[in-house]
Design a protein around this ligand. Structure first.
Ligand SMILES: [Zn+2]
Length: 160
């Protein structure tokens, strides 16, 4: 049984996958990683691998071409994309590409809101798509961070 207390913190909108806060590089591709708390990894990983996860924190490989999702250099543990319950949006061939994991809003839906409904801000996209409704990104987003910035980037990209 999972006896680890689930200390869920409120969504922080200024957080995004940050390649600068990594403390170790991916053992497979040598790309940079983003620090991810244990609680996030525990919610993302297949149930049969929970025991392997243990109580440590991990890094998320930020390389879109790499098959590795989470890794911990000290423990010599690696989890592949296929070990994770949801597609990791920035990885190649992720399907669907979620912009907001909490409300299951895809990148496609955000683009449609911008093009068809003339949304120009995250606020408008949220209103149209229902994204970030009851956000709990720490356990729903593979990065453990808020999707606010990701939605903003999709809007910027689409408006260009
Ligand atoms: Zn990698």
């Amino acid at each position: 049984m999972n006896k680890i207390a689930l200390n869920v913190i409120p969504c922080e909108t200024n957080l995004k996958p940050d390649t600068k806060d990594n403390n170790s590089l991916c053992p497979v591709c040598s790309g940079s990683g983003s620090f991810v708390k244990n609680i996030t990894v525990r919610h993302m990983i297949s149930d049969d691998l929970l025991e392997t996860v243990g109580t440590s924190d991990y890094c998320l490989c930020m390389n879109e071409d790499c098959q590795i999702a989470y890794y911990n250099i000290d423990l010599k543990i690696e989890f592949k994309k296929s070990d994770i319950k949801v597609p990791i949006w920035f990885k190649k061939d992720a399907k669907p590409k979620y912009a907001c994991y909490c409300s299951k809003v895809t990148e496609e839906e955000v683009i449609t809101a911008v093009i068809n409904d003339n949304a120009t801000s995250v606020k408008e996209v949220i209103k149209i798509t229902g994204a970030m409704n009851k956000p709990n990104c720490q356990i729903n987003n593979p990065s453990g961070k808020c999707c606010h910035q990701i939605i903003q980037e999709i809007i910027d990209k689409t408006l260009k």
